[in-house]
Design a protein around this ligand. Structure first.
Ligand code: PAF
Length: 281
């Protein structure tokens, strides 16, 4: 596995691959990797001849009171994981190669998706995500990029951003990796105490109950209100738990069948997010 901090030498290596007509997949990450990230690399390997992963803790997607400074940075361990999973190139860009002037002026945003759900609770977060992913796409110029479905709103936002800006990149979602009790794997799970960890999968069970109820024809509002009350009763501080259109993330029209139940809730120091796609008949 070759490792690059600067885009120019990395682009040289990738140019050789393109001349050899090799298909390139890209998996951007913020590091502190777990089995969920490794499943993204495995998916990328199925989709392409070469895999590029990046590790960059992107400051612009953290709010002023969020955990940017404390975000776990485990680069050497991450590099071992990525190498073992079959990554060909690891890109660990310097902050200057992503933000050459420090403060950026040229933001990328998708307002219909960046202001709702997690975006309402984390103003500016998705603008930071769209901006950094666009810059990473420019540096790597992959044929395909793989993102986890756990961050469902992020996946839709990147798909829309990429299509609107004309990136010739296929955006692929990979299924959420879960622990045995259903908790979605996340770098932020490590903020949970042992007691909180035992409770944390309640969020996934709440989504399952809501999805089953909606599929059985029950009213969405009553189901989500009951699920929220239950989470609060168990010590969670929910930002939201909602059922939305799986395609647009807007409140679903009565005839819409492809839906997603999504939730974000604090448990102790950890903000947990999860979602479940389902079809109502
Ligand atoms: O999902 C993440 O880890 C980040 O939001 C991403 C896509 C790498 C952008 O910084």
């Amino acid at each position: 596995m070759h490792r690059f901090n600067e885009p120019a030498p990395m682009r040289e290596e990738l140019r050789e691959w393109r001349i050899a007509r090799l298909r390139i997949a890209f998996v951007p990450t913020m590091g502190n990797l777990h089995a969920g990230h490794i499943s993204l690399i495995e998916r990328a390997r199925e989709l392409a001849d070469r895999v590029v992963a990046s590790v960059f803790v992107n400051p612009t997607q953290f709010g002023p009171s969020e955990d940017y400074a404390a975000y776990p940075r485990t680069l050497e361990r991450d590099a071992e994981f990525l190498k073992a999973a079959g990554t060909d190139v690891l890109f660990t860009p310097t902050i200057e190669s992503i933000y050459p002037f420090g403060e950026t002026e040229a933001w990328v945003d998708v307002p219909s998706l960046s202001g709702i759900l997690c975006g309402a609770a984390r103003p500016g977060h998705f603008r930071g995500v769209a901006t950094v992913v666009a810059r990473l796409f420019n540096h790597v110029a992959p044929d395909v990029a793989v993102f986890g479905e756990k961050d469902y709103q992020q996946l839709l936002l990147i798909r829309r951003m990429s299509a609107d800006l004309g990136f010739p990149i296929e955006i692929v979602g990979a299924p959420t990796a879960r622990d045995a009790d259903g908790l979605a794997l996340s770098s932020r799970n490590q903020y949970l105490s042992a007691a909180e960890r035992l409770q944390a999968s309640a969020i996934y069970r709440a989504l399952q109950r809501v999805a089953a109820g909606v599929s059985a024809g029950e009213a969405i509002e009553a189901l989500t209100a009951a699920a929220l009350a239950e989470l609060v009763g168990q010590g969670f501080r929910p930002d939201y738990l909602e059922v939305r259109s799986a395609e647009s993330l807007q409140p679903p029209a009565p005839e819409e069948t492809e839906l997603v139940a999504l939730a974000a809730a604090w448990l102790g120091r950890a903000r947990l997010i999860d979602n479940l796609r389902f079809t109502r008949s």
